[in-house]
Design a protein around this ligand. Structure first.
Ligand SMILES: Nc1ncnc2c1ncn2[C@@H]1O[C@H](COP(=O)(O)OP(=O)(O)O)[C@@H](O)[C@H]1O
Ligand SMILES: [Mg+2]
Length: 226
């Protein structure tokens, strides 16, 4: 469902180094891959490029048969909204909206009728064990519950691919691992492909497969990093 071939990305600057250097990656439908890398190895850059938030300098990224490099900004945004879900560390819930509305809002913005959007939100809240907390405001929820809801929200529109950028902040507490468990459950339940980038081996172990990002390229994990 995702085929990445020879992707390069550099940033202008004194070093001008290649963050992604001829990178290849292939992900099947429903497959969950973790990408392990140290700080500044290019993990966020890779996810931003795969999610169409940042354009690659060269190479090919094909998502469900569509080469995203040739899409207009408008079409790329549209593909991202429909087919990709993001989970970022700093991707907070809106404080003045209930948990249910936080999940339903992106759907409504995309034209899904309110009743249908709220039904989907209820379904997700049930799946993450918070079915009776639809009306709770973020301030009334524990941090663990907020984490779970922010994972569920990324699945509201049934994306083909979910991209998670160090959602637990690299600190693999029990709480963080519970969040990753919810991520894994949702990926399997929705038959969604997932990419988790992290600097934590413990977090990476929740995936089906672990790759290492080093010198702008990916390779299979051999037991150690750095
Ligand atoms: N928008 C940007 N402009 C210039 N340099 C950037 C930009 N984004 C990332 N970089 C550089 O690219 C490298 C990789 O960054 P990043 O992808 O954030 O790594 P990671 O997420 O693994 O910590 C770093 O050296 C960083 O300084
Ligand atoms: Mg990062």
């Amino acid at each position: 469902m995702l085929q990445v071939t020879g992707v390069c990305k550099s940033f202008a600057g004194p070093q001008g180094q290649k963050v992604l250097d001829n990178l290849n990656l292939s992900i099947h439908p429903g497959e969950y891959v973790a990408i392990l890398g140290i700080t500044h190895s290019g993990k966020s850059t890779l996810l931003n490029v795969l999610g169409g938030l940042v354009r690659a300098d060269s190479g090919s990224i094909v998502i469900e048969g569509t080469e995203i490099g040739i899409l207009s900004d408008h079409d790329l945004t549209s593909l991202r909204r429909r087919r990709i879900g993001f989970i970022f560390q700093a991707f907070h819930l809106l404080p003045h909206l209930s948990a249910g509305l936080n999940i339903a809002l992106p759907l409504q913005l995309d034209g899904v009728p309110r009743t249908e959007a709220l039904q989907r939100a209820q379904e997700l809240m049930d799946q993450i064990g918070l079915g009776d907390r639809m009306l709770a405001l973020p301030s009334e929820l524990s941090h663990t519950h907020i984490q779970r809801i922010s994972v569920a929200r990324a699945f509201a529109h049934k994306p083909a691919l979910v991209l998670a950028d160090e959602p637990t902040g690299g600190m693999e507490s029990e709480m963080g691992l519970k969040m990753l468990q919810v991520l894994r459950e949702q990926l399997k339940l929705n038959h969604t492909s997932g990419i988790l980038v992290t600097c934590s081996l413990e977090a990476a172990r929740t995936a089906d497969q672990i790759l290492v990002l080093e010198n702008g390229q990916l390779s299979p994990f051999q037991g150690q990093i750095g």
